[in-house]
Design a protein. Structure first.
Length: 257
C-alpha cells in the first residue's frame, strides 16, 4: 500500500494549494491513505474546525498536530469529537483535549497513526516521547503503524527513527518546515525522514512573511507573525508499505510546485 505524508500546512494559502494539488497527485501515484500535519493550517497560527474541515474535504484522511495544537480554543471540542485528528500523545491526558493516536480500518488492513512531540528546544515539560511510545505500542492492534514526530532537534528525530526501527512502519518528522534529504528505509524495515517539510508559500521564512522575520532579527523588537502569500509548494513523502507485515519497502520524497 502507499501512504502519502504531507508536511506542515501553513495558513489558508497552504490549504488552498493542497486542495488544488493532491487529488491528481494521489490518483497518479495510487495513494491509499493521506496524512498531513495541520497545526498551522489556520490563518494566524493553530488549527480551527474550519481549516480542519477544509483539509478533510480536500482529500486528507488523518490530521496530525504539534506544539500549536491548542493555540485556538475553538478546536478543543473538535479534537474530542473527531476520530481522525490527533494531537501529540505525550501531552497530559488529564488536562488536554483529544487523543494521540487513531486507527483506520481499510478492509484489507488496519493502519494506526500516532503523534508525538519532542522535548529538545521545544517543550521539555512533556512526557518523555520514547517512553510514551513504548507504552502506546503495547495496545496498538494494526499491522501498519506510522508515527509523526513533531520535534525541533534533528538528533532527537533520528534517534526516534532508530529506536522504532522494526517496530513501526514509518517515522516522519514535522515542525521545522524544511524538507530534509534523508528519506530512507532503515535496516529493520521502517521508513524514515527527518522532516517532511512544508505546504505553503515558497518565498517566506518557514511560511511567515520574510520581511517580518528580517525585521525581528535586525531590530530585536516583537513582531506580529503574518503568513506570506504568493506561489506555493507542497512537500511530502510516499511510503510503500507491505500491508500484511507492516514493513516499509520504499520511501520517495516529493516537492510539488
Amino acid at each position: 500500500m502507499r501512504i502519502l505524508c504531507i508536511g506542515d500546512v501553513v495558513g489558508s494559502v497552504g490549504c488552498r494549494f493542497l486542495r488544488r494539488t493532491i487529488p491528481a497527485f494521489k490518483k497518479l501515484h495510487g495513494v491509499d491513505l493521506t496524512i498531513c500535519n495541520g497545526e498551522n493550517s489556520a490563518d494566524g497560527n493553530g488549527i480551527t474546525p474550519r481549516s480542519a474541515d477544509f483539509l478533510f474535504s480536500s482529500g486528507v484522511d488523518i490530521i496530525t498536530l504539534g506544539n500549536h495544537s491548542f493555540r485556538r480554543r475553538e478546536i478543543f471540542a473538535y479534537l474530542n469529537e473527531s476520530d481522525y485528528i490527533i494531537r501529540p500523545l505525550n501531552f497530559p491526558e488529564a488536562t488536554t483535549p483529544g487523543r494521540g493516536l487513531c486507527t483506520v480500518d481499510l478492509g484489507y488492513t488496519r493502519v494506526c497513526v500516532l503523534n508525538l512531540m519532542g522535548q529538545q528546544y521545544i517543550d521539555a515539560g512533556l512526557d518523555n516521547p520514547f517512553l510514551c511510545i513504548d507504552r502506546a505500542l503495547k495496545s496498538v492492534d494494526a499491522p501498519v503503524v506510522l508515527v509523526d514526530f513533531h520535534a525541533e532537534a534533528t538528533s532527537e528525530k533520528r534517534a526516534m527513527g532508530y529506536y522504532l526501527d522494526g517496530r513501526v512502519s514509518a517515522v516522519f518528522g514535522t515542525h521545522t518546515h524544511v524538507q530534509t534529504a534523508d528519506e530512507e528505509v532503515l535496516p529493520h524495515g521502517t521508513g524514515y525522514i527527518t522532516d517532511l517539510g512544508m505546504t505553503g508559500p515558497i518565498h517566506s521564512v518557514i511560511g511567515v512573511d520574510k520581511d517580518i522575520i528580517i525585521r525581528r532579527f535586525t531590530s530585536k523588537l516583537p513582531e506580529r507573525f503574518d503568513y506570506a502569500d504568493g506561489d506555493c509548494k507542497l512537500d511530502c513523502v510516499i511510503f510503500d508499505i507491505d500491508h500484511r507485515s507492516g514493513r516499509c519497502t520504499d520511501a520517495v520524497r516529493y516537492e510539488l510546485r
